[in-house]
Design a protein around this ligand. Structure first.
Ligand code: RIB
Length: 276
């Protein structure tokens, strides 16, 4: 029954509408919401905490039944000030009682790095994404878990940039100037992996023969670039759909089976790494 539904509207906050990860996620949320008779309103913060705050203010004033937050900068305290149910999606906000859907970031990053080692890479860099993001930290820790003790490891092999294709391209150009012997790159998401690919190709380095690259996310765009991008895929659609179903249950005052979901990721081998 939809007895607790008041406005039939929910808010979905995403940090960057230009990153295909988020429209793919939003599509899943919207599909489920629509199925249950809810309308989804989208807010995009451009990874800008100020802009995010303004949207949050608005979402709090407008009559909505619940919010799904893929947040840039919100703290648990701020999330607790919402008067409607909230589910945190993808980007972790640490707190004991905020329902959350994310994926196994640290584990996935470990597996991605190990895969590059298995490919025969002897010096692997990590484009870690934004410094302030917890999921970027987790992925970086996963990389460190695998390489920190290896003799070639050097902290200069970890490079921060926003989740931005052009920035990642620049960062990769500079990195490869300093460390020309890098032969593997683990990028913290797919769009920065694509930026890195461009830099590598501009330098005339061949992928995958001289440089192996692996991304993280599994966005459709990765199948279009050349070579096709090897990636650690998150179950993007499943994550969005699960968050939506959790929020509906909360709005309709039904109990949740589980408060925190960390879904499995999956290696998808394509052309930016060698076969077998
Ligand atoms: O590509 C966007 C990144 O930010 C993803 O890896 C996702 O996990 C998000 O937080």
């Amino acid at each position: 029954s939809l007895t607790n539904k008041k406005t039939g509207t929910i808010g979905l906050m995403v940090p960057d509408i230009t990153n295909p990860f988020f429209p793919e996620l939003a599509r899943a949320v919207e599909d489920v919401m629509q199925q249950y008779g809810y309308t989804t309103i989208l807010g995009n913060s451009d990874e800008n905490p100020q802009k995010e705050k303004q949207y949050i203010q608005l979402l709090k004033q407008k009559y909505i039944d619940g919010v799904i937050l893929a947040s840039t900068a919100l703290t648990a305290e701020e999330v607790h000030t919402f008067k409607v149910p909230v589910v945190v999606l993808d980007r972790v906000v640490l707190s004991d009682n905020i329902p959350m859907v994310t994926s196994k970031n640290r584990e996935g990053a470990r597996e991605a790095t190990r895969f590059l080692l298995k490919q025969g890479c002897r010096k692997i860099a990590h484009l870690r994404g934004p410094v302030q993001l917890r999921i970027a930290d987790e992925r970086c820790h996963g990389y460190l878990d695998v390489v920190e003790k290896l003799e070639w490891f050097h902290p200069g092999l970890i490079v921060a940039s926003n989740y931005d294709m052009r920035q990642a391209m620049q960062a990769t150009l500079e990195l490869l100037k300093k460390h020309p012997d890098i032969d593997g790159i683990f990028a913290g998401n797919d769009i920065i992996a694509i930026g890195a690919m461009r830099a590598v190709q501009l330098l005339g380095i061949s992928i995958p023969e001289e440089m192996a690259i692996i991304g993280y996310d599994g966005i459709t765009m990765g199948e279009i670039v050349y070579p096709e991008l090897t990636t650690m895929a998150q179950p993007i659609y499943e994550m969005g759909a699960l968050a939506a179903r959790m929020l509906i249950k909360m709005i309709e005052k039904q109990p949740l089976d589980t408060l925190y979901y960390e879904l499995d990721v999956q290696l998808i081998e394509r052309g930016t790494t060698r076969k077998g």
